[in-house]
Design a protein around this ligand. Structure first.
Ligand SMILES: [Zn+2]
Length: 282
């Protein structure tokens, strides 16, 4: 069983749901760090000869198309993080469909290849968005990695399957790869991305990775380019969000290197090539 390494390619000012997050109209005038940080991430992957899945924000791909082309040229999978980084549960089905379709077409135009995968901002699929999977299939996607199968700040789908599963939508089909969690005292806990990866010590992340793999599930790791850049500008926010957003930034890069040394890295596309037939219906 492999580990799937993923990057949500966005900038330091794309932290969600805090009052100081700038609106899209201001993004273009802010000092960007995504270019430098993403290129460094690709160097880290190249050291380990790893091919990963890059969920590009459509806005980033439009502004820095060479990042998409460089990732494609290095053999990484190009996938979509939507266009404007809006929470799914704050959009109507029509708005979501337009955003997801726009980002897929844009990424396909820039990369020259098919885009199969989607990840929502903030894993914001909830019980309030029952149309999500159907709309995603309509937008032309073949797999998704947006379900956080536990309670969390931006929604989450408590009680959802922890293992990947297949969804049927008439003539279309979608594979869902939930964000990896494992049970601690009966409660699902994530150790494998973003603030969780930064917060927990490496020995614990490694132990939990081995445990999930032993259960026959892949582990989905996720990082943001800003997380290997401890010097990036901070958005003003309350101390709880500030802690979650910025704790242990200096540890991400070393954890990533060690994980790729100890576990076999894969992209979603390559994982599906090897394992898709074994994934069962929901
Ligand atoms: Zn995001």
């Amino acid at each position: 069983m492999q580990c799937i390494f993923t990057v949500d390619v966005e900038d330091w000012f794309h932290i969600l749901d805090v009052p100081s997050t700038p609106p899209l109209s201001q993004w273009g005038s802010l000092p960007s760090r995504v270019e430098k940080n993403f290129m460094r991430l690709m160097d880290i992957f190249a050291e380990k000869d790893a091919r990963v899945t890059c969920f590009f924000l459509g806005w980033v791909a439009e502004k820095f198309p060479h990042l998409v082309r460089e990732a494609e040229a290095q053999g990484h999978e190009i996938a979509s993080h939507g266009y404007a980084h809006r929470l799914v549960y704050e959009m109507s089905r029509e708005e979501f469909l337009a955003d997801a379709t726009k980002s897929r077409k844009l990424l396909e135009d820039v990369s020259g290849g098919a885009v199969l995968g989607y990840r929502s901002s903030g894993f914001s699929v909830t019980e309030k968005t029952p149309w999500f999977f159907d709309a995603l299939m309509e937008a032309g996607y073949r797999y998704d990695s947006s379900v956080f199968p536990a309670r969390r700040e931006h929604g989450g789908l408590e009680g959802a399957s922890l293992a990947p599963y297949r969804l049927n939508g008439g003539s279309r089909e979608l594979i869902e790869f939930p964000i990896t969690v494992t049970r601690i005292f009966g409660r699902p806990v994530c150790f494998f991305g973003g603030g969780y990866l930064r917060l927990f010590p490496y020995f614990l992340i490694r132990r939990m990775t081995r445990r999930v793999l032993a259960e026959g599930r892949p582990v989905v790791f996720y990082v943001h380019p800003r997380e290997i850049d401890p010097e990036h500008p901070r958005l003003p926010m309350g101390w709880v969000r500030g802690f979650k957003s910025y704790v242990n930034l200096h540890t991400t890069e070393e954890k990533l290197r060690r994980l790729m040394r100890e576990f076999e890295p894969a992209s979603f596309r390559s994982f599906m090539g090897a394992h898709a037939p074994a994934i069962c219906a929901a």
